[in-house]
Design a protein around this ligand. Sequence first.
Ligand code: 13P
Ligand code: SF4
Length: 335
Amino acid sequence: MDAALDGEIKRLTALGLHRRCVEGGLARTAALTLEINRLKAEKNAVICAHVYQTPEIILGIGDLTGDSYKLAADCRTTAADSIIFCGVHFMAETAKILNPSKKVYVPSKNAGCSLSEAVTAADVRGLKAAHPGLPVVTYINTSAEVKAESDCIVTSANAEKILRRLYEKHDRLIFIPDRFMGANLAATLGKTPGKDIILWHGTCVVHEKFDPALIAVYRRRYPGLVALAHAECPAELISAVDFMGGTGDMMRYVAGTNAAAYLLVTECGFGELAALKFPEKNFIAMCRLCPYMKSITLGSVLALLKDPSPEEVTVPPGIAARAKTAIEKMFELAA
Ligand code: 13P
Ligand code: SF4
């Protein structure tokens, strides 16, 4: 066997990737990661990978990895000429807004997001007209046009902190587009939806459908189990778990505790990554696949590196400038 390929198989094996079911087997995966990493270096590109991507993307080719907030923050410091975003389109748009001189690409035309698609810039203008003077706080899972109509962006990692700070100055605010996350934040902060916090009707197709009754079933089955859920889940689910947060918070919780077992209520990639990072811990993934995140494969990343032009992400400069102000407000208030 070719020495370079042999070395790549050993590298992926050391990362634990031989223990999971990779597309086409380990040798095929190693051939792809080897070629992607070679082309990436040749083209001075950096690969951002969200934790809902497959472990072979995150561990095999990812340079910057983590949750939405960490990826947005970290891509601002890269010296690469281009950013390949293995995540969804709004994440890549955010990277483009923050790094206008760099080329940004998403290796899929189908990497949307149900939350992002739930609200338009015209909807936000309508909300502002209906509730004049209220600050518009917008989840990062939205388009650049929606961000441009907003006062401050938040992610799951900082929404609670930022809302607390904004409520020091405002009695009421608008939070879009995730109605479940908005209601969960309202409950945490003692605010009333419709009165103190105006919500929109967006939902995440992955997190909206988990069955809260199953949590009790798993608790009986696995004594000492700790259940964690993403903040995009509905309130009935959140009230049945031990911890609510974003993916970064959930991973830190797992790293810092020693439970008999962890029930992870989120996208399946998170559980797969957790199992590789913490092989000594027990995980039960009560998970669902995100069709948008999973539209990216090693094959689509390689195709993009060979011909990037069809997948370039662009944001009109006027929209980008206004959206950037709202994103910078997030960095200021999250600090
Ligand atoms: P995180 O920022 O928590 O990673 O969430 C992103 C996301 O799309 C969750 O569905
Ligand atoms: Fe959007 Fe939900 Fe997929 Fe996250 S998991 S990218 S919120 S559809």
